[in-house]
Design a protein around this ligand. Structure first.
Ligand code: CTP
Ligand code: MN
Ligand code: MN
Ligand code: MN
Length: 375
């Protein structure tokens, strides 16, 4: 077994949801490289390969020390031949040729630039690249047909590329609280995603909203959105209705990983001055984003109170941690976990929970706090 610096034994569990993964770790020089290959595999629509690299990177994030030699990797799970080859090359030469040539490649850079546009997925980006387009500017220059989300994505491209700070997240929290409290008093509002895991910056800000009286949350999203629109806060929004139905015979087999809450993908407008001084200003209306204005991606989700714990667990991330939780549930426990429920196929029943702790317990897992879910 692997020994750490003090000669103590490290037992690395094989599912990321069985491990504690802090935000700051000791092997960024390796995980960044492996994640380039993971991203490239995603760009090539090769999910299996992408997940393999992400799992390998995640194991290194959970190590309590910096990897110095291949000896340090003995007995670690999830490190396939390819990942080991890449790690070996970085340890010996300081970098991996495959990683560096991927990073430099025109295809990779164009995919990164185009999928970096809000509303653009891998398939669309790939089609554009085959047509000779490389950057968001090319989309405008050639007058590409864009849907409403992509139009907003192109329009606010550089703003949305800038990392969102925790201060900006707090500012948006105050705006969301004002909106929610004025349309329905007594709601609970929780900051989700990367910020709940302790990240200092993010690509967006995620919120989960519920009301302790089941049923009160119905139709809430539309009211919140109207309030925000009246205040001139929204540069873009797309709201989807709650389409979740609990089936007596368990979750539908086809169930995708997407949840079915009332949700809103949006772009908020902040005033840069307010964003710097830390005070909310929502008085001006209109939907243009001028030079004194900051555009930030915001995700809002409304859940019924009975599903709040599942929604909390499902929207905290990281994405790999979530994926591993579902894999653990299915493969090790014959259960189906979603952001709505946990279904036990052996007992043919839904397992209820009011807290995340209860869900981990149902799954036979040690509780991992949000700050250690940075898998
Ligand atoms: N999520 C989801 N369905 C989506 C998008 C996201 O369930 N269509 C969940 C993810 O599983 C994740 C959480 O929402 O748990 C946050 O996702 P996201 O904002 O994309 O990532 P973060 O971890 O918050 O990282 P970042 O700082 O880049 O926003
Ligand atoms: Mn450490
Ligand atoms: Mn997020
Ligand atoms: Mn999000």
């Amino acid at each position: 077994p692997e020994l750490n610096g003090d000669g103590a034994e490290i037992l690395m569990k094989s599912y990321a949801c069985q491990r504690r993964t802090p935000l700051k770790h000791h092997n960024a020089f390796l995980t960044e490289a492996l994640e380039i290959l993971a991203q490239n595999a995603e760009f090539n629509d090769n999910e299996g390969r992408s997940v393999a690299f992400r799992r390998a990177a995640s194991v290194l994030k959970a190590l309590p020390h910096r990897v110095k030699s291949m000896e340090d990797l003995r007995c670690l799970p999830c490190l396939g031949d390819h990942s080991q080859r890449v790690i070996k090359e970085i340890l010996e030469d300081g970098s991996s040729r495959e990683v560096e040539s991927t990073r430099q490649s025109e295809q990779f850079q164009a995919m990164k630039a185009l999928t970096g546009v809000f509303g653009v997925g891998v398939r669309t980006a790939d089609r554009w690249i085959r047509e000779g387009l490389r950057t968001p500017d090319d989309l405008i220059r050639t007058g590409q047909q864009l849907n409403r989300a992509q139009q907003a994505g192109v329009q606010y491209y550089s703003e949305l590329q800038r990392a969102v700070t925790r201060a900006e997240a707090e500012l948006i929290m105050a705006i969301v609280e004002a909106a929610v409290n004025s349309v329905l008093p007594g709601c609970q509002i929780q900051l989700m995603g990367g910020f709940r895991r302790g990240k200092e910056v993010g690509h967006d800000v995620d919120f989960l909203i519920t009301h302790p009286e089941e049923g009160k949350e119905e139709g809430l999203m539309l009211k919140i959105i109207s309030w925000l629109e009246e205040q001139g806060v929204l540069l873009y929004q797309k709201t989807t209705r709650n389409s979740y139905v609990e089936r007596l015979d368990g979750p539908a087999r086809s169930a995708s990983n997407m949840d079915r809450f009332e949700r809103c993908f949006s772009i908020f407008k902040l005033h840069s001055s307010a964003s710097r001084s830390g005070s909310a200003s929502t008085s001006e209306s209109g939907s243009a984003c001028d030079s004194g204005c900051r555009a930030v991606r915001v995700d809002l989700v409304v859940s019924p109170f009975s599903q709040f714990a599942f929604a909390t667990l499902g929207w905290t991330g990281s994405k790999l941690f979530e994926r591993e939780l579902r894999r653990w549930a299915g493969q090790e426990k014959q259960m189906t976990l979603s952001s709505h429920t946990l279904y036990d196929s052996k007992q043919n029943l839904y397992l209820r929970a009011q807290t995340e702790e209860e869900i981990f317990a149902h799954l036979g897992l040690e509780f991992i706090p949000p700050s250690e879910r940075n898998a």
